[in-house]
Structure formats: C-alpha cells, structure tokens
Ligand binder design. Structure first.
Ligand SMILES: C[S@@+](CC[C@H](N)C(=O)[O-])C[C@H]1O[C@@H](n2cnc3c(N)ncnc32)[C@H](O)[C@@H]1O
Ligand code: SF4
Length: 459
C-alpha cells in the first residue's frame, strides 16, 4: 500500500499520484510511506520503501517550489529495485496539454519545451509529442476559444456489460427504463435548447451504446436536433451488432457527420474473454456497411492491455484496422476502476503497456495518422495515455474542445458533465448530473435548477 502519512492536502494528492506511477508494485502490495513535515523553513521528506529508508531536507520558501524539488528528488535521485522508469518525469494530472498551453502563453514555445525537459524531467520524446499536439490544437481551436458552445448527450444503455467497463450502464432490453429515461432526457434537452438560442458548434451523443435503444426512440431524440447546424455531429455506435441498414438509413436523414464503431481489439479470443459479444468479422461488416450507405467519418476505439494481449495481438489488430482506413483511431490504455468486473478479479499492476504503446505510435505514424488529442486517466495501466489519432484533415473538434476546455460544453443526461467557459476562455464552473437513473429522474428538478442558475453565466 502507498500511504502519505504527513503532508498538506496538495502534497498528499500530488505525491500519491507520483508514487503510484513510479512504484506501481506498492499500489496493491507491500508498504511504502512518504512523510513531508514542515519545520520552520525546512521541509523534511522521509520516504520508506519496504525495508529501505530515504530522507532529505528541502529549503522551504514557497509551497510550489518545495513540491517541485521533492518531486524531482523522488523521480531523479531515488534508486530502488522496484522503481519503474517513466517518460512523464514529474508531470502528473489528466490534462497535460492544458498545462502546456498555459506554459506556452507564459514562456513561448522554445522555453516551454526546455521547461518540460529540465524542470519536469520529461523525456525529449514525450516533450516533442506534447508540443506537437498543443500546436495543432491551438491552430484548430484558438478561433473558438470562449466562443459558442458544444452539446453532449448521454445515453447510458448497453445490451450487455463488458468486463472492463466501469461506466454506469443500464440494460437496453429494459424498455420501461429506456422509455422513462428518454422522457426525462428530452425534457432536459428541450430546456437547454430553449434557453440557448445559438446552434452548438459540435454535438456528441455518447454512452453506453446510444444505438442499442429502439430506433423510434433514437429518432425522437434526433428529431430535436435536426434543424441545428453543427460543424460536426458524432454518434457513438460502439457495438457493431447495433449497426444495420435500418439504422444507417435513418441516420442519413439527420445532420450526423461522424460515427464511432469500436472494436477495442480485433482478436476474437480476447473479445470473448472480456465479454464483448461481437467478433472481428462483425466490425468489418459494420464498417463496410457504413462506408457503403453513408458518407460519415468513422472513428474506431481500441484498448491496449486487454486479456493477455502482447505485441503479436496488438500487431494483428493494427493490421486489420489500418486496412479498413478509418478517419480516426482512438487508442486507450486499459484502466481498471471500481465498478468493473476485471478490477474485482485481477490486480492492476502487470503487463507490458509501454512497449505496446510505443508500438502503436509507430504503427500509426507509418500508416499516416498523427496524434491530435491526449489525456491520461487515474489507474491507467503502465502509466500510459489515451491518444486520439487522425488522418490529415480529420481531427475531431469535439474531443479537443472537451479535453482542453476551449468553450462551454453543456451535458444533457445522466452522469453528463457541464463545463462553463467564459468569453476569455477561462473555465468558470463545472457540475455533473446524477450518476444513476433513480436520482436522475427523481431529482430532475435539481438538475434543471442548476442549469437555470448557471447557464446565464455564458449567455
Ligand atoms: C465511454 S466508452 C463508450 C463506448 C462504447 N460503449 C463501446 O464500448 O464501444 C468510450 C471508450 O472508452 C474506452 N474504455 C472503456 N472502458 C475502458 C477501460 N476500463 N480502460 C480503458 N479504456 C476504456 C473504450 O475504448 C470505449 O470505446
Ligand atoms: S464498454 Fe461500452 S459497450 Fe461495454 S458495457 Fe461499457 S459502455 Fe457498454
């Protein structure tokens, strides 16, 4: 177990993250303690890793500087058999590009890169990758910073539950629940669209599996959106078995521009093992049908680290996906959280994620895809990152907007989050809807109340 036995709230938070990254073994086994005590103008840090003890005194004038110095000590100076190396240096947090954009504004590009390498001990490779993504994002989103808004609509239904999933989902064969949920969802959507007269810049319908609900219910939702003119409109159709001619012919009537078909892996044995009830052939069938019947852009989600997969399995998946040639490929690294079956059954620490992630970067590059957005998750395996790749000219705007908080994103539906960004591009408020159906419907008045109170801040 990793324990921070003494320290300020901010130190406890930062150093837990950092120690988890560098000493992952201790997250679930053994004993690792860190204590940071302030004695006058000294911060006394003591780190105990199993039987080994390290300590150092740091001059303390400024909390931030002291924290940075202690982080560098742990990352650069502590030597221990159990320590993993890591390309991220001392940079923790889920939105590294947002941090980078702030530094670029303060220091300019050259100095920001040097700062990442010298102060945050990032590998030059990682610093280059982050800088490339930050520059691309600026180019695509500076013009809409603090202007307009995007709409996220959440459909929490799935036919069955995949073993690694920790999202709150409801079975789509519970038609009473679907009907009840959609009634409330439409009420919330009507309130938002009735309050904000402007069209959203982008729309994203995510889940769950939005295409798992009966078509008439999905079309009732899409009817509400049909007169809007977003520059981009994504519908997640994650599970291929939900994609058929009827669905696609219906979607063509609406302003949908992009669809997500998610293999996660193209290895049938792994799909079976994680209880994802489709085969790689179903993915190809669904993909071909979308290409044949529509001109939608296609995104495909993958996860590294499922089952016992190593490089040969990942290579097979890339061979198959690259041959299909979707506009976007989003590569996630498995992250096991409470709420997923796998988390209960398996340890979190194992597997060669770093090699798989490096391999995937190489394959994407060779196939002509570039990274356009990146984020990290808590409990992500091997300290990897989730990276969205794109073919030239097909970067998904919604993903960049949402991740970097470029403008307001209004969330509608259970467990959706609303982020309000002011005209200067500063995030001024975030709030989430309830994460379960009972609260979402029973306490619906509170949800509308919050929207009533705060949407005015961005109008
Ligand atoms: C919000 S999920 C919904 C997608 C859709 N329901 C599906 O499964 O195809 C979006 C993506 O997150 C990724 N994801 C889900 N659970 C994950 C986990 N435990 N670790 C890493 N990525 C995960 C998957 O690639 C998934 O397609
Ligand atoms: S991973 Fe996707 S399809 Fe599977 S249960 Fe979770 S939300 Fe549903």
């Amino acid at each position: 177990m990793i324990r921070i036995v003494k320290g300020t709230d901010s130190e406890i938070h930062t150093f837990y993250e950092l120690l988890r990254i560098y000493f992952p073994y201790y997250e679930t086994s053994g004993e690792l303690f860190l204590s940071i005590e302030t004695i006058g103008d000294i911060k006394k840090a003591v780190l105990v890793i199993g039987e080994d003890r390290f300590e150092k005194d740091f001059n303390f004038k400024d909390e931030y500087e002291a924290k940075r110095a202690i982080a560098s000590w742990i990352v650069r100076d502590i030597e221990h058999d159990s320590k993993e190396d890591c390309l991220w240096g001392t940079l923790t947090g889920t939105r590294p590009i947002k941090f980078l954009q702030k530094q670029r504004r303060l220091l300019g590009d050259e100095k920001t890169k040097a700062y990442l390498i010298d102060e945050y001990l990032l590998s030059p490779y990682m610093a280059d990758l982050l800088m490339d993504i930050a520059l691309l994002e600026s180019e695509k989103t500076d013009g809409i910073k603090g202007k307009g808004y995007s709409l996220y609509i959440h459909i929490p239904f799935c036919a069955t539950r995949c073993d690694y999933c920790s999202y709150p989902t409801i079975r789509s064969d519970n038609l009473d629940a679907v009907e009840l949920y959609m009634d409330y969802l439409l009420k919330e959507l009507d309130y938002v669209l009735g309050t904000i007269k402007e069209d959203p810049t982008t729309i994203y319908i995510g889940g769950g599996t939005p295409t798992s609900i009966p078509l008439p219910m999905l079309s009732k939702l899409l009817d509400r959106l049909t007169n809007l003119k977003p520059v981009e409109f994504t519908l997640e159709a994650g599970r291929p078995e939900t994609i058929d001619e009827n669905l696609l012919n219906m979607l063509k009537e609406y302003p949908v521009t992009r669809i997500s078909i998610n293999p996660q892996t193209m290895v049938d044995e792994t799909l079976k093992r994680v209880k994802r009830p489709h085969k790689s052939e179903d993915i190809k069938r669904a993909y071909d049908m979308v290409r044949e019947l529509t001109d939608f852009e296609i995104n495909m989600d993958l996860i590294l680290g499922l089952g016992d997969e190593g490089i040969p399995e990942v290579a097979h998946t890339f061979d198959e996906i690259i041959a299909l040639n979707p506009e976007n490929i989003t590569i996630h690294v498995l992250s096991l959280k409470n709420g997923s079956k796998l988390f209960e059954n398996e340890g979190v620490y194992t597997k060669n994620i770093r090699r798989m992630q490096n391999y995937s970067m190489k394959r994407m590059d060779e196939a002509g895809y570039h990274p356009y957005y990146l984020y990290r998750q808590k409990r992500i395996m091997g300290n990897g990152s989730n990276i969205g790749f794109s073919r030239e000219g097909h970067d998904n705007l919604y993903n960049m907007i949402m991740m970097e908080e470029i403008h307001s994103v209004l969330g509608v539906g259970m467990s959706s989050t609303t982020k309000l960004v002011d005209k200067k591009g500063k995030t001024i408020r975030k709030f989430s809807n309830f994460r379960n159906m009972r609260d979402y419907t029973d306490r619906f008045g509170e949800i509308i109340g919050k929207k009533k109170r705060y949407l005015g801040d961005i109008l």
